[in-house]
Ligand binder design. Structure first.
Ligand code: 6PG
Length: 246
């Protein structure tokens, strides 16, 4: 089964804290319920997930996750030096990954030391190694959870409007040079994101009202509207972002 945005499940919660808490509970449940093997999670970037990271790092929450079974990847990364203030991995490491007992070898930041093209190819190899194959197989998703954010221009991950990577049908990792956001970027492509048991959008704040409405309609004229998953899609939004739809 393939789910598109028109068939996403939408949960509207009171505020951004409630959204983050619901995502934390979902992540805890996913790890508990997966019978065997690693739980592969692609983290979203930007500011929205920071509340989630802080909640998951709290001892009473962290202890509910068997971090030895979790493998962390990224949906996208700004092509900036390691530790740069705009790095998605730097945020996740500072707020969460350095505070829980996840083995370092199970945290896979997107590389940013070579050219964007070289780094994208390197990350593709990392994903292929984790997946155990160079071709995505239906019914065997690359990710258990892909977390995504929503930009005010309708982008998600670093799939920005007008970028050639939107047309990528084979590679799992691509590059973007957005006009509406800083830095060149690496990003998972639509095929890689589609190879998921669950995609979860975290959308908070009233500045997201217009794009959330279009996302929920599956508006293919915005990059986020074209997201599909071979599993399910869930939108966790706060009332501010849901506007009158809440
Ligand atoms: C990035 C993100 C991007 C983000 C949205 C929403 O690296 O910028 O992956 O897709 O999720 O731009 O950003 P906010 O959460 O900061 O609103």
């Amino acid at each position: 089964m393939t789910t598109d945005m028109r068939h996403a499940v939408v949960e509207v919660l009171k505020d951004s804290e409630a959204v983050a808490m619901e995502m934390a509970r979902l992540l805890i449940r996913t790890v508990k319920e997966k019978q065997q093997g690693r739980v592969r999670i692609a983290l979203s970037g930007g500011s929205t997930p920071k509340q989630l990271f802080a909640i998951l790092a709290q001892p009473d929450m962290a202890r509910q996750v068997d971090w030895s079974r979790v493998e962390i990847f990224y949906g996208d990364e700004r092509h900036v030096p390691e530790g740069h203030a705009d790095s998605n991995h730097a945020s996740a490491r500072e707020l969460l990954l350095s505070r829980v007992s996840i083995p370092a070898a199970q945290v896979h930041p997107m590389p940013t030391a070579a050219t964007v093209a070289e780094d994208a190819a390197s990350y593709q190899s990392v994903l292929e190694q984790a997946y155990g194959a160079t071709k995505l197989e239906a019914g065997r998703p690359l990710f258990d959870i892909v977390m995504l954010g929503l930009g005010t221009d309708g982008h998600t991950a670093s799939l920005f409007p007008g970028e050639p990577v939107l047309e990528e049908k084979k590679a799992w990792v691509g590059v973007a040079a957005p006009r509406t956001a800083p830095h060149e970027r690496l990003t998972l492509t639509y095929p890689a994101i589609a190879s998921s048991a669950l995609v979860v959008f975290l959308v908070t704040g009233e500045n997201k009202v217009p794009m959330l409405a279009r996302l929920r309609q599956g508006d293919g004229s915005i990059p986020s509207g074209r997201i599909v998953s071979e599993g399910k899609i869930l939108i966790l939004a706060d009332e501010a972002a849901a506007g009158e739809l809440s």
